[in-house]
Write a protein that binds this ligand. Structure first.
Ligand SMILES: [Zn+2]
Length: 341
C-alpha cells in the first residue's frame, strides 16, 4: 500500500483518537458530555448540521464538482447549548449519544483534544437546532472540502448511526436490543449477547490491459456517459482477491490474474468499506469485453490521452470516491477538469 495514495482518499482521514478504552465508562462519558469542552456533531436523515456551506446544487458526486464552492464548516455544538427538545429526544426511547473520541488536530472548527459526540435527531429536533444560516450537508457531496477532523468525525458518526438504524432488534432472536459502550455495542435483551457495528467490504478494481489502458464501465443505474471502475461486494467465505477476480469476470468477461491491494476507504452509504485493487488482464485470456447487460451496460478501454481529452465527453466519478483516486493513480496525477463545469 502506498501511504501517498491512501492520503488522497477524503473519507479515509482519521484525525480522531477513537479512545476505545473510555467507551464502557458511562460515568466518564457523562462527565465529558457535561464539560465545557465537549462538542456534538448533529445528524438528521444522514446529513450533518453546518454553519457554513451547502450541498452543491444538481451535483450527485459524478463528473466535475461545481466551480463555485464554499468551504463548509460543521456546526459542532456544546451539549450545554442543545435545545430542550433535543435533550428530551436523546433521553427517550431510541436516543443514542455516540462517543466518537478526541480530535487529534487543531482545526477551524475546534481545538485539539476536544471530546466529540454525535447524535441523530428527529425532524422536530432538527428544526429546533437550525439557525438562520444553518444547512444540512451530505458527506458524499462535501467530503473533499471538509477539514481532516470534520471529515473523520462525520464519516465515523454516519457509519455507526447507519448501523444503529438497522439493528434495533437482535438478528438471532428478534428481541429488542439496548445501546451501551458509548454507542458502540447493542445488547440483546433476551439472550444478553453483545452485537457490534458491522461494515460490508466491497472490492473495486483498476484493470489495465497490455497497452496500459484502463477499463471503465457504465452502470445500468447511471446516465449513458458516466463511467467508473468495476466493483462489487465480497461474498461470505470469500477472500478479497477472489472477490475481485469473480466480480470482474461476472461484470465484464475479463480475466485478471493477480489483483494487488492499493488502499481502502470507508463508504458509509450505508455501510461499505471499499477495498481498492489494481490488476492486469491475464496474458492467457485475451480481453474480450462482455458487459453483463444487467449491472453493466457498456465497457470501454481508455488511454490516458482519451481520458484527458474533453472531446471524449465522459463523466468520471467525483472527488470523494476511491474510484476517482484509483483512476488518477493510474493517470499519474489529477485529471484535468473541464473548462466549463
Ligand atoms: Zn437475541
Amino acid at each position: 500500500m502506498s501511504r501517498a495514495f491512501q492520503s488522497t482518499l477524503p473519507l479515509s482521514r482519521h484525525r480522531i483518537d477513537r479512545d476505545h478504552v473510555s467507551r464502557a465508562d458511562t460515568a466518564l462519558l457523562d462527565a465529558r458530555w457535561a464539560g465545557s469542552e465537549a462538542r456534538v456533531l448533529v445528524l438528521h436523515r444522514g446529513q450533518a448540521l453546518a454553519t457554513r456551506g451547502a450541498n452543491p446544487a444538481d451535483y450527485d458526486g459524478f463528473g466535475p464538482a461545481p466551480t463555485v464552492r464554499v468551504h463548509p464548516e460543521l456546526d459542532l455544538r456544546s451539549p450545554r447549548d442543545l435545545p430542550a427538545l433535543v435533550l428530551e429526544q436523546l433521553q427517550g426511547e431510541g436516543g443514542i449519544r455516540l462517543y466518537l473520541g478526541f480530535s487529534l488536530d487543531d482545526s477551524a472548527a475546534l481545538p485539539q483534544n476536544t471530546p466529540l459526540f454525535a447524535i441523530s435527531v428527529t425532524d422536530a429536533a432538527a428544526a429546533a437546532l437550525e439557525t438562520a444560516t444553518s444547512s444540512w450537508l451530505n458527506l458524499r457531496m462535501v467530503a473533499s472540502d471538509l477539514d481532516d477532523v470534520s471529515a473523520g468525525a462525520f464519516t465515523e458518526a454516519l457509519a455507526v448511526t447507519n448501523w444503529h438504524t438497522t439493528h434495533t432488534h437482535c438478528p438471532r432472536c428478534g428481541a429488542p436490543t439496548t445501546v451501551e459502550s458509548g454507542g458502540w455495542v447493542r445488547r440483546c435483551t433476551v439472550e444478553d449477547i453483545e452485537l457490534f457495528p458491522r461494515t460490508d467490504p466491497a472490492v473495486i478494481v483498476g484493470i489495465v490491459d497490455h497497452d496500459d489502458r484502463i477499463l471503465l464501465g457504465s452502470n445500468a443505474l447511471w446516465e449513458n456517459n458516466r463511467y467508473s471502475l468495476l466493483a462489487g461486494f465480497v461474498e461470505p467465505g470469500e477472500s478479497l482477491e477472489a472477490a475481485a477476480i469473480r466480480e470482474i469476470g461476472e461484470e465484464s468477461g475479463v480475466v485478471i490474474d493477480d489483483p494487488h491491494y492499493v488502499g481502502s476507504q470507508p463508504w458509509p452509504f450505508p455501510a461499505s468499506l471499499m477495498v481498492g485493487f489494481m490488476a492486469t488482464v491475464s496474458e492467457a485470456h485475451p480481453a474480450g469485453l462482455r458487459p453483463d447487460g444487467d449491472e453493466i451496460l457498456d465497457l470501454r478501454w481508455f488511454s490516458r490521452a482519451e481520458i484527458a481529452d474533453p472531446a471524449t465527453d465522459v463523466l468520471l466519478p467525483g472527488h470523494a470516491s476511491i474510484a476517482r483516486a484509483i483512476i488518477e493513480r493510474w493517470f499519474g496525477g489529477p485529471l484535468p477538469e473541464p473548462e466549463d463545469g
